[in-house]
Design a protein around this ligand. Sequence first.
Ligand SMILES: *Cc1c(COP(=O)(O)O)cnc(C)c1O
Length: 367
Amino acid sequence: MKEPIQVTRSSMPAYEEYIEEIRDLWDSHWLTNMGSKHNRLRDDLIRYLKVPNLMLFANGHLALESAISAFKLTGEVITTPFTFASTTHAIVRNGLTPVFCDIDPETYTIDADKIEALITERTSAIIPVHLYGNICEVDKIQKIAEKYKLKVIYDAAHAFGTTLNGIGVGNFGDAAMFSFHATKVFHTIEGGAITFSKEELAHKLYGLMNFGIRNQIVVNEIGSNAKMNEFQAAMGLCNLKHIEEEIQKRKRIYERYYDRLSGRKGIRLMKLTEGTKTNYGYFPVVFEEKELGYNREQVYEALARENIYARKYFYPLTSDFECYRERFDSSLTPVARYIAERVLTLPLYADLEPELVDRICSLALNP
Ligand SMILES: *Cc1c(COP(=O)(O)O)cnc(C)c1O
């Protein structure tokens, strides 16, 4: 049996390169708590992402929870259900109520024209998702936020290194969360970061990330433990050296898929928001049975028979999760539901063979 092909495969530096990077930890014995690798990675990422402020975290989810907590939000938060569990959980775990906005049928990001109708007296923030390496309509969202005095925190877990008209995606909104999980375009095994516009937020975020400990005797914040350790940071330092090559390799796979699948009736490909330079993180395809005569499940099965595993990513909607479905009604976000029921995210990683892309495409067109 051939090795199974998964939807993604973590990129890794050469073994020797990582060993070289961690060697001096055996001299310093400084393994975590804002060590020198942590600080170097933070500074390198500030440069790479072209952002004014960035704080590293143990993972993206804790970063997002901390960012939400840092802004002391109350009541309701407008977000979308077409995302990973983390986005919705981070809102609910902060004691807030998610209010689900529908998505745009072409970009799969929040439909900015539908936000205003959902705003109530209780709304305190908008938490949109820069999904699949695409970028939200940030200008429209900003205007609404200013009009109603709402905070904007982006879930940019998928958007590492993307830009909108040359501006790093981490510059939009009050803050943005990046995930450096092993499956993401850039990773630190587990890891994440918050980028933010106002430097004053750093103190608050730091407290939330490190038990609120300010010095040996002062603890003034009910913080969590979300520190990135030196082994994670070392992986990040190695991976960051190869990030351009990583993105270029993904671009070739992405374009090969695009070439073979675009312009086909019944096959819908994601449209990038105008001005977006993507990181080629994902290749979602929407299969419309009415036009194709077959559906997403059949494509999924046809691929699985050849040991190729696409993902129904994002299905179900978070509002349909067992832990939420009593509270929310996903028929209120019909576009998100339509896309979630038909989407398949195809395998995409730097070293995926072009012949496999061709095989996957031919099964997608003829399962
Ligand atoms: C990966 C991901 C997260 C969470 O990041 P972790 O680093 O895995 O905690 C949040 N939101 C989205 C959309 C993600 O894909």
